[in-house]
Design a protein around this ligand. Structure first.
Ligand code: HEM
Length: 340
């Protein structure tokens, strides 16, 4: 049974006060209830009824994936057969705000569901940074809590943020990376990383761990600040429709291979520079929804749903995502699912 974390239950606990006035402890080994997690997303980032509690502003698309012989040597997964596989795609801007501007630097997402033979599926959510902002669910929960607006002032307490950052410097790395990149010119012109490690299992049952990245075949394209300003806050959906219709959008699905001793279990740590990269296949985006509907609307892109031949690393972020995603789905569906 899921139960609230009892304050003071572990020495290293960071005490957090949630909306209901209950104290919660985010110790490094404590289980965080998925309901508390989604409540914390809402308390920190705002509650937008009907929308995803993260990646709220998004659009559905469809695509097709074809795997390579190199991928078949690494994994028995049917996704790599070389036959075209249908894919449901969702592109989004990071965060809980469904009105988030498209023309500022920050996180973009590409979530995928590969529909495989015999009812198998592969779901994943990829982000436009090579690292995530927390290495454990407890750290993410405490990070969000540190940014929750103070009920008295209506804004987050800068002292609390400073203290949290000082004790957890790795939480700043993802934001720093995103701030160093130009505003993406298109959902189809930016790299999307999986950030967590997975194992690829071949016919000999040998496991090769790695981290993946989807790289646009036409290259990464960013905007100058002036270009971004001129395009305004809502250009990405129409730009994608036009790009797919006129020149096409495709990504190489590449796997960086881990070597013995590499850390594949921490989403805040990329693999060392220069690791061998293997092309697993090509994802082509074939159509983009004309409106806020589409097959992606009711999917959560749960990173624990994967085909035979692929397995999760020990990264604790992977299993921690499934239940909060389901809670977010149940809330947005009962509120009336929306995304634009
Ligand atoms: C314990 C850790 C995490 C929690 C609790 C969490 C929570 C959430 C929630 C509640 C949603 C909305 C789900 C929905 O309504 O369908 C979401 C979406 C998303 N998350 Fe996470 N997240 C976590 C970690 C991560 C990590 C490490 C990544 C990095 C790849 C990530 C990438 C995404 C993406 C790309 C989406 C949007 C997917 C879409 O288009 O639907 N999340 N997350």
């Amino acid at each position: 049974m899921l139960k609230p974390i009892v304050a003071g239950s572990a020495a290293a606990a960071a005490l957090l006060t949630l909306g209901a006035g209950v104290q919660w402890a985010a110790a490094s080994d404590e289980h965080i209830s998925p309901v508390a997690f989604v409540d914390q997303f809402e308390a920190t980032a705002g509650k937008y009824e009907g929308y995803r509690r993260s990646g709220a502003k998004g659009i559905c698309a469809t695509g097709e994936f074809v795997g390579t012989a190199e991928a078949r040597a690494l994994s028995t997964a049917s996704v790599f057969s070389g036959e075209p596989v249908p894919v449901i795609v969702r592109f989004s801007v990071g965060g809980a705000n469904p009105h988030a501007p498209d023309n500022v630097r920050g996180q973009r997402n590409m979530a995928l569901q590969f529909d495989l033979p015999d009812g198998e599926r592969w779901q994943m959510g990829n982000i436009s940074a090579p690292i995530f902002s927390a290495s454990t669910p407890q750290q993410l929960f405490a990070l969000l809590a540190s940014r929750e607006p103070d009920p008295e002032t209506g804004v987050p307490d800068p002292e609390r943020i400073r203290a949290f950052n000082e004790a957890n410097p790795e939480v700043l790395l993802m934001g720093r990376y995103l701030a160093s990149q130009r505003v993406p010119a298109s959902y189809g012109s930016v790299n999307y990383w999986g950030v967590s490690g997975y194992g690829f299992i071949n016919t000999d049952r040998a496991v090769q761990y790695g981290k993946w990245v989807f790289e646009p075949t036409s290259g990464v394209q960013g905007l100058t600040d002036e270009e971004a300003e001129a395009l305004g806050p809502d250009f990405l959906f129409d730009e994608l429709r036009q790009r797919v219709a006129e020149e096409g959008v495709a990504f190489d699905f590449n796997l960086e291979l881990a070597e013995p001793g590499d850390n594949v279990d921490d989403a805040t740590v990329p693999l060392p520079e220069g690791r061998e990269k293997v092309k697993l296949g090509t994802l082509k985006v074939t159509s983009v929804s004309e409106d806020a509907g589409g097959a992606c609307l009711t999917i959560t892109f749960n990173p624990m749903i994967m085909p035979e031949g692929v397995k999760p690393s020990a990264d604790p972020m992977l299993p921690a995502r499934a239940a909060p995603y389901a809670i977010s789905l149940s809330r947005r569906l009962t509120e009336g699912a929306k995304q634009q």
